[in-house]
Each structure stands twice: as structure tokens, then as C-alpha cells.
Design a protein around this ligand. Sequence first.
Ligand code: GTP
Length: 600
Amino acid sequence: IPLKNYRNFIIVAHVDHGKSTLSDRLLELTGVVDPGQQNKQILDKLDVEKERGITVKAQTVSMMYHYKGEDYLFHLVDSPGHVDFRLEVSRSYASCQGALLLVDASEGIKAQTVANFYLAYSMDLRLLPVINKIDLDTANVARAEEQIATTFELPTRDIVHVSAKTGQNVEYLLPAIIEKIAPPMHCRPDAPLRAQIVDSWYDPYVGVILLVNMVDGVIKKGTKIESCRTKEKYEVKEVGIMYPERTPMPQLVAGQVAYVIPGFKDPNDAFVGDTLILANSDAEPLEGFEEPKPMVFVGAFPAEGSDFKKMEESLQHLFLNDRSVTIQRATSNALGQGWRLGFLGSLHASIFKERLEKEHGKNLIITSPTVPYKVHYTDGTEQIVSNPDEFPDGTQKQKIRYFSEPYVEALMTFPSEYTGTVMTLCDNNRGEQVDMQYLSNGQALVKYLLPTSQLIDDFFGKLKSATRGYASLDYEDHGYRPSDIHKLELLVNGDGVDALSTVLHKSQLEKTARRAVQRLKEFLRIQQFEVIIQAKANNRIIARETIKARRKDVLAKLHAADISRRKKLLAKQKEGKKNLKAVGQVRISSDAYQSFLRKD
Ligand code: GTP
């Protein structure tokens, strides 16, 4: 099939507008899968994706289509719908020339449709508007058309009306794709090989599999290739297309988006965005992708008595298929040896957390999510702090000029009667309004700058409940802004519980501090001596609770300030129980940590 008959495209849609269903119909029409087996959702391959019904990683599937006497090769590149995976989305777009812009006829344009539209538009993709779910009673095709015309300035005559569910009109899409989307003519089959890694995953049988965008040249089994990034050389074991599963081919040619098995086992050798060239060739590497930046961090610690090594192995395993997670060893006075995990966003973090909890249940303690804060020193240097306990606590102030925290630009759509409620919610979350528009038929579209820390504190959940579930949200990174933030520490009998430290905006300090000490009190077992729970910020105690001793003992008679003496005595008592984790000589059970950290 000649290059001019290749079509590489993507489906852009808001969550649940029917992207997977439509893909299934296209695969049936082109004979890639048998019709009849409803909603197989070929593209959502990862288990988590199936469980959560969301797409995380980019998948690709190829189709063959005969049209007006010629054969065409389509590559449908799947992309994540959720905003946490924005970079994955733009990577998928990079290998395409066009997009089906899918809009649910009953819901109309939503935040993600708008955000993904602008992204696709900025990357010069040809956009084909498609209105889906026309079979629904609640479908309002005229309204969806008007929204497409006014918001995206796309001509209504180009809009195809389909029902992905019943298959109605889907057959008109394939010719439209051929007529309207350009082939990847910038690709050069005769030039020396340049293939960009778009995605990689791990298969226990064949090792690492790479999804590549073939920009120049040809690659086949036995080709000796080199990574521009690592300079490592490999001999290709297999190449092929996803049809819909891995289907080996004699060779891959420029213009295709397909897979390569490079014959190495270590996923750390595969870098998304890296260019593969022929071994010892002097072909220029392609422009790489922006590296994903973790935006949400949590600490993870094995609960008392569980096996650190085993847990580390299983963490490593989970990472093999999700390279956007970062992992580092971490130590806590309260929780011992553990890890600090970084995620792209809160959904990403919660999916991962769910998987960990499924596997390890009560054996794992996961701390509150936090964003990476920035400390700006007077000497002009900056430091990113992603562990609240490492945040400067006020004693070092002389060296620090100011702090800043990450922001997002959030785009929300909802029925306009909720405008007031949403604005209040945004204000309460330290938001700053940027833009506000009314779409046709009663929808409002507002843009706010929001601190990322507020966003990850279940902002979407709050937005949903403020709008009875009608709001949708999308966001993108907006860099750092100076902020009046402080570290809040919890102390038990005078000793800080490092794993429970948080960083907060000044306006939230007092309230959070009071709640935190009350909550921690609830979860601590009654001890044999008095326990004082305090919250400290800027070297000042701002909240305090006391747990009375269960019964009088010698310690109670000691002067309260004589902490070191008391500690010594208790330390003696504790001999033989050394591996119990204790803070301020108070044994805090794993359960107590888990209950405290659980969202209320
Ligand atoms: P994500 O993978 O989360 O992005 O969702 P998606 O956009 O892939 O949506 P999906 O295809 O999973 O469809 C969402 C829901 O809408 C499913 O319950 C589908 O059965 C339903 N659906 C999709 N297309 C149609 C349609 O044309 N008509 C009707 N009535 N329902 C549809």
C-alpha cells in the first residue's frame, strides 16, 4: 500500500461520549474483528483501564479498507481521555494527521472536548466533527451542531451523525477519513530509518514492546538498530501491526504506527520520545517529547510486620507497565523504610493506590497526596520539595526569599444555573477567574486558575456535587506562582510525626490544625500515660488536644517538662519491643495511621 493511502488518525472525545464504542464499530466495518460481540473495547487493554473504563495508555490499531478501487491502511491511535495524561495525549496526536471530534448528542460539548479540540488544533490536525448517540431519546442534534459551529467554528455540513451503538451511519466515516485527512506525506520510505518511540509496554514472554511512529525508512526482523538516546544497539526480533492484537509483518515502512520488539528485557531501556535509527547511522534524532512531570506525590510504607523486600518487588512490577510513575526510597521516623511515589495527577494516583491496596490491603500505609512546592532562596537558587516533611519550617527563614506552588488552568462546563455555586466553590479553593462564557442552550464554560494542591484535594468530586453531577472538568499545567504556604507538623508528646506533615496555605492552617489534632486523638489508643497531641506551624503550636492517662502510674508524677527523663524511663520499659514504631514514646498502630489518612 503506497504512502498516499495511509491515514493516521485519532478520536477526540469527552469521557463516555463513545470513543471506544465507535472504535469497535470501525474495526468491525474493516473486518479487523467480527461483528456481534458487543462492546469489546479493543483499545482499552490494560486491566486497570478495563476496571475503571478509562484509557490510560496510548494503543494503536490498524485497519485495511478498500475504497474506489484502492487499498488503504488506517492507523487509529488511541489516546487517554483523562486530563492527567495530557502528555500522553499530545504524544498520540503527534503521530496523526487528523482527528474525529466526537460529541455526544445529548450532552453536547464538554470541558474535555474543548481542551482536546484546542490541543488537536494547535498540532495542525484536520478535524472531522462527529455527533454520536443520535439513537437516544434525549439526543439534541441541532444543539450539538450549533455548539460545534460556534465553539469550534467548524462547518455544520461536514458533521457526520452516527450512533456508535447501533452502527447507524458509521460507514460514512471511513470515506470521510480518506477524503478529508491527509496522508503522512512528510514521511520518507527511502530515507535512512528514523522511528520514534510513542509508547512501550512489557510482556512477560517477549520482553519490551515498542510502539513506534515510522517517520523515515524501513525496519524488519534482524535490522540492527540503535537508540539515539542510550546509544545501545539491538537486533530487531519482530515487527508488526496491531490488528487488533500483535500481528507480525515482514517489515514496517515510513508512515506507519506499529510495534517493534527490540529484544531487550529491561523496560528502563525504552524511552518514550527516543528515536531509533540504523546502528551506526548518522540520521538526526527526531524532536523528543516533553518529559512527564509528576504532579502528585504520596509516601507508601509497609505496615508493621510486613515484608519490605516483597513489597518493593511488587511495586517494581507495577511500574513496568506504567513508566510515568516515579519511585524513590524514603525513610520516616514514624513509619520506617518506605517509598515516595510520584504521579501525573490525582486520578493517576488513585488508580495506582487502588491497585496497591488490592494487592497489599492493610499492609500498606499511604500518606496524604501532596504537590511539588518550590522554595526560592535569597541567593537565587530554587528547590523543589515534594515531601512535606522536608519543607522548611520557619527556622531557616533568613535564607528564604519566598515559596511558590504549582497552579493549573481549569476549564469547567456545567449548566449555567450553577454558575454562582461553582464560583463560590472556586473562591473557597483559592481560585482566580480567568474567563467565562455561555455556550448555547444554557451551558456555562468557565476558566479558573487553581492551586494544584486544591485540585488534587478532590476538587472534581466537590465540583460534581455542587452541580448535581453535571459539571465536567479539564485542566492544564500553569506553572508556579508565589504563595503564602507553611508546613503544618503534628506532634505526639512533643515529637513530630513526620509522615503526617502537610504543607498548607495560610488561610487553611488554623482550621486544618484543629481538625487534625482532634482526628488524631480519635485514632490513638488510650495509653498508660498522658498523651499530648499538637499541631505546629512556623515554630508555634496552633492547636492542641490531650488524651488522659488510662491509669495513674509513676510517670504521671514526673514533671511534664521533664521529657527526656520520661523518655528514658519509658525506653527501659520498652526493651524487647524494639521493632515497634513509636513516636514521642507513643506507639501508634498502623490502623491509626490508616484511619487518620483515610479521606473523611
Ligand atoms: P472512555 O474510554 O472513558 O473515554 O469512554 P468512551 O468515550 O470510550 O465511551 P464508551 O465507548 O465506553 O461509551 C460510553 C457509554 O456510552 C457506553 O455505555 C456505551 O454503550 C454508550 N454509547 C456509546 N455510543 C453510543 C450510542 O451511539 N448510543 C447510545 N445510546 N449509547 C452509546
